[in-house]
Ligand binder design. Structure first.
Ligand code: MN
Length: 203
């Protein structure tokens, strides 16, 4: 089964002024679509072709750069659109807030650590909030389209919130001002989605 580009789930201009419509249109329609098509080409006719994307990433041979880059790109963006979906954003609460308080002391301290990870990732990559078995949460970052599900990336657990810090994610509006884009991200996080993913993981 080939993978298909997921719907964005909202209008291109729904995140303005935090993320502009043109960036969203290109990011979803060109970049994410490209990762999807190249992932399909990379797995076609191999034993990966009938696996879920989670299975592909967790058991990945990291020397398989076609699947690493494009499988990561497919998964990471699919998560990202959900995490910035503007409908019913809610606020951080419940078991996830408790886990954040345990790990970081406060929501604000978690946001500070996540923002630092996003701002200091050299070149292209992602910042993540991950959950480990047992419910402990952690902030980390990965280069390029690597993902915490992949083996040996030094960033473990299941990602429940991710921020794309590739220049293609912000350059049209923010140019070199990545810190402003990172700040804007926290205006548009869908906490209900992040909480849903946390609770699905801890069961
Ligand atoms: Mn991207």
């Amino acid at each position: 089964m080939a993978f298909t580009l997921p719907e964005l789930g909202f209008a291109f201009d729904a995140l303005e002024p935090n993320i502009d419509a043109k960036t969203m249109e290109i990011h979803h329609g060109k970049h994410h679509n490209g990762y999807t098509n190249k992932l399909n080409a990379a797995i076609e006719g191999t034993d990966l072709a009938d696996k879920s994307i989670e299975d592909i990433l967790t058991t990945l041979d990291m020397s398989n750069s076609g699947v690493r880059n494009n499988g990561g790109g497919f998964y990471n963006h699919s998560l990202f659109w959900k995490v910035i979906n503007p409908e019913d954003r809610g606020r951080l609460s419940g078991p996830l807030l408790e886990a954040v308080n345990t790990a970081f002391g406060s929501k604000e301290a978690m946001i500070e650590e996540f923002s630092k990870a996003a701002k200091t990732r050299f070149g292209s990559g992602w910042a993540w909030l991950c959950v480990h078995d047992g419910g402990k949460v952690e902030v980390c970052s990965t280069p390029n389209q690597d993902n915490p599900l992949m083996p040996g990336v030094g960033c473990g657990g299941t990602p429940i919130m991710g921020l794309d810090v590739w220049e293609h994610a912000y350059y049209l509006n923010y140019q070199n001002r990545r810190p402003d884009y990172v700040t804007a991200f926290f205006n548009i996080v869908n906490w209900n989605e992040v909480e849903k993913r946390y609770e699905a993981k801890i069961g």
